[in-house]
Ligand binder design. Sequence first.
Ligand code: PBG
Length: 331
Amino acid sequence: MSDFPVRRPRRLRRTATLRDLVREHDVSPGDLIQPLFVVHGQRVEREIPSLPGVFHLSVDDALDREADRLVELGIPAVILFGLPATKDETGSENFAPDGIVPRALRRLRDRAPGLLRITDVCCCEYTSHGHCGILRGEAVDNDRTLEVLGRVGVTHAGAGADVVAPSGMMDGMVGAIRGALDAAGHSEVAILSYAVKYASAFYGPFREAAESAPAFGDRLGYQMNPPNVREALREASLDEAEGADMLMVKPALAYLDVIRAVRERSMLPLFTYNVSGEYAMVKAAAARGWLDERRVVLESLVAMRRAGADGIITYHAKDAARWLRDAHPPI
Ligand code: PBG
């Protein structure tokens, strides 16, 4: 058989029905996880300047309304980030049973019991120095940090977290949290490990939103170096051996090859985090009329799925769910 003119791939692109029939990947609202920033205070719904459309929410009607919107749109899960009332060296509010995240967990459990509650487990929002662990001198003390992360995991589980997601890139964090959870009777709580997290400039807007930029230095001593991919496989397999139930690659768009590489090596469910800088770039260009926001977002999300992600943490979740509901085929 000869190639052209006998073989013509365009035949299968001729009509929308044909294209839909042969499509290989898709994204649906059920694949999306909404990040939420919860704060102290009453009736706070404060838009984050570098993340238009994303709000600081107080744990009252403001959080209830957001939960209702997510349920209505068919988004199955949230990941919670808390802004504490005060910060100190060890980040005490991080493991306080009446801290901001436990309060939000209880509120969400009452308001929207079917919405899956994931919590970010890290120190950087809570510590006065903004690093992801406990310091000794100017360096993060890995093993002391593990004790704190175990306490945080147990605190969140006690307040109703379904899944805890350690994001600090400490060695041994998954094993330490698993051990602490099991010892406290929370063997049913799952761990989604930010196993492969790069030291990325794409976190810029998040650090403004979470007030978590390091007061000195950077995160290069614990987060991964962007040029590396073999190291990602090593991180993933170590976390799997420590008992991770699910893995994450972060950020998403500049690391689609890493998602694919981890997907091919692990049988665990795999997530990716479409991070704040990726969101902010799209929003900024769309606001100027330089990009078609809807198409760019849906194209990006399906690319993450094609790369091998089962689910995506994204600030676009609500918009994407709306677009996916209102138009078929969406892309
Ligand atoms: C906390 C954490 C960060 C993000 C998620 N969890 C920031 C960081 O590592 O500095 C970034 C998320 C985003 O940019 O959207 N360690």
